[in-house]
Write a protein that binds this ligand. Structure first.
Ligand code: NCD
Ligand code: ZN
Length: 346
C-alpha cells in the first residue's frame, strides 16, 4: 500500500479569488499548496481589460503571505465589445494567459457576458492568430433548456460551431460535468482540453438534493447523475493530457448560500489536494495524480512545469476546518462526506 507520494507542485487552472475581505482570506489558502493558478475574472466589476487585470493581479499579490511565490495568472472576461488590440497587448505581456467566455446569465457575475456569439468572431480570430487560448463556461443560459442539459446543448449549438469556424483556436472547456463534455474534450488533442473540479469528482446530484437540499454542494455547472461523475473520474484518472485540474474553488459567504435564492459555488481551495489524492487512491490511480494536478495544464498553456515538489502522506482520517473566517463572514469549506486519509505534509 502506498502511504507517501511526492509529486510536482500542483497548479489550479480555474480559481476564484474574489476581492477585498474574501481575497484576503482565501488567497493564502491556495498559495499554501499550489504554485500557480488561473484567476477567474468574474468579479462584481468584471476584469475586462488588460489594465484591470494588472490592477487585480497587484491586489492578489498584496493578499499573499509575505515571501509567497504563488503566481496568479490572469484571464480576461470576454464581452461583445472586447478590443482585439487590448487582447493582443495583454497576451504579449505574458501575464494574461487566456480570455474567458461567459454566456450572459450562465453563472455568478456573468450578466456582462456574451449574448450574440457571432460578435466575438473578430476577437476570436485574433486569439487564434496569436495562439491565446479561450476558456469557456460551457453552458447555454436559455430558460427553455433544462439546467441538466445546458452543457451538452452548449457543445452542439455554440462551441462546436465556433470551433468549426476557427479550427486553430485553442479552447479549454472549464469544469466539465458530463459524459458528453468528457468525450468532446478529447476529440482534438492539443487544441481542445478540459478542466475538472475536485467536487465534480466527488459529488453527484443526489448528494446535493436527496434527503434535504444542501446549499454548500450547489454550484454551476450543477452536479449531474452518478454516471456522469463516473465519466469524469475515468477521464481524470485516464492519464489523457487533455484533462487537468481546475478546482473552481468559488467562495461565497455562508449567508449568501444559505438563503432562499442561494449563490452557486463551492469553496474547495483548503482541501482540494488531499481530496484528490483520496479520489485517485480509491480509483487505484495514484500514479495518474501528478499528471492531472501538476503537468498537463502547464503543458497545454505552453508554460514550464513547476520545479517544486509536495509530499502527500496517508494515515488516519484527517479533519479539515468546517469554515474559514473572513471579515465579511464565514465561508464553509467543501465537505467531501467520505474519509480523507491523505494530507500534504511538505
Ligand atoms: C462560480 C462563482 O461563484 O464565481 N460559481 C460556480 O458555481 N462555479 C462561477 C463559475 O465558475 O461558474
Ligand atoms: Zn468558476
Amino acid at each position: 500500500m502506498t502511504t507517501s507520494l511526492t509529486i510536482t507542485q500542483p497548479d489550479d487552472w480555474h480559481l476564484h479569488l474574489r476581492d477585498g475581505a474574501l481575497l484576503a482570506a482565501v488567497a493564502p489558502e491556495s498559495a499554501r499548496e499550489f504554485a500557480r493558478a488561473l484567476i477567474m475574472p468574474n468579479l462584481s466589476t468584471p476584469v475586462i481589460t488588460y489594465k484591470q487585470a494588472m490592477e487585480y493581479k497587484e491586489r492578489i499579490k498584496s493578499a499573499l503571505p509575505h515571501g509567497s511565490d504563488f503566481e496568479p495568472l490572469m484571464t480576461l472576461y470576454l464581452t461583445e465589445k472586447t478590443d482585439p488590440n487590448d487582447i493582443k497587448r495583454a497576451y504579449a505581456s505574458g501575464l494574461v494567459l487566456s480570455a474567458k467566455l461567459y454566456p450572459a446569465g450562465a453563472t455568478t457575475n456573468s450578466l456582462l457576458g456574451v449574448q450574440n456569439f457571432e460578435k466575438l468572431q473578430p476577437v476570436l480570430e485574433c486569439m487564434a492568430d496569436i495562439g491565446m487560448p479561450m476558456c469557456v463556461h460551457g453552458e447555454v443560459a436559455n430558460h427553455d433548456v433544462d439546467i441538466f442539459d445546458r452543457e451538452s446543448v452548449f457543445i452542439d449549438k455554440i462551441l462546436d460551431p465556433i470551433r468549426q469556424r476557427l479550427p486553430s483556436l485553442k479552447v479549454v472547456m472549464e469544469h466539465i460535468t458530463t459524459t458528453e463534455g468528457a468525450n468532446y474534450a478529447k476529440s482534438d488533442p492539443g487544441k481542445l482540453a478540459a478542466t475538472i473540479t475536485t467536487h465534480h469528482l466527488m459529488i453527484n446530484r443526489n448528494n446535493m438534493l436527496a434527503g434535504g437540499i444542501r446549499p454548500h454542494y450547489y454550484c454551476l455547472p450543477v452536479p449531474k447523475r452518478e454516471k456522469h461523475r463516473l465519466s469524469l473520474l475515468e477521464a481524470a484518472t485516464s492519464g489523457n493530457p487533455c484533462y487537468f485540474l481546475g478546482t473552481d474553488s468559488a467562495p461565497h459567504v455562508d449567508k449568501t448560500k444559505e438563503s432562499s435564492c442561494g449563490c452557486a459555488g463551492i469553496y474547495t481551495a483548503t482541501n482540494s489536494i488531499p481530496c484528490l489524492a483520496e479520489v485517485f487512491d480509491r480509483a487505484n490511480a495514484l500514479n495518474k495524480l501528478e499528471g492531472f494536478t501538476s503537468i498537463f495544464g502547464s503543458n497545454f498553456y505552453g508554460l514550464p512545469t513547476n520545479k517544486g515538489k509536495i509530499t502527500l502522506t496517508k494515515g488516519l482520517p484527517v479533519t479539515f476546518p468546517h469554515q474559514i473566517k473572513t471579515d465579511d463572514g464565514p465561508v464553509t469549506i467543501f465537505d467531501p462526506n467520505i474519509d480523507i486519509h491523505w494530507q500534504v505534509t511538505s
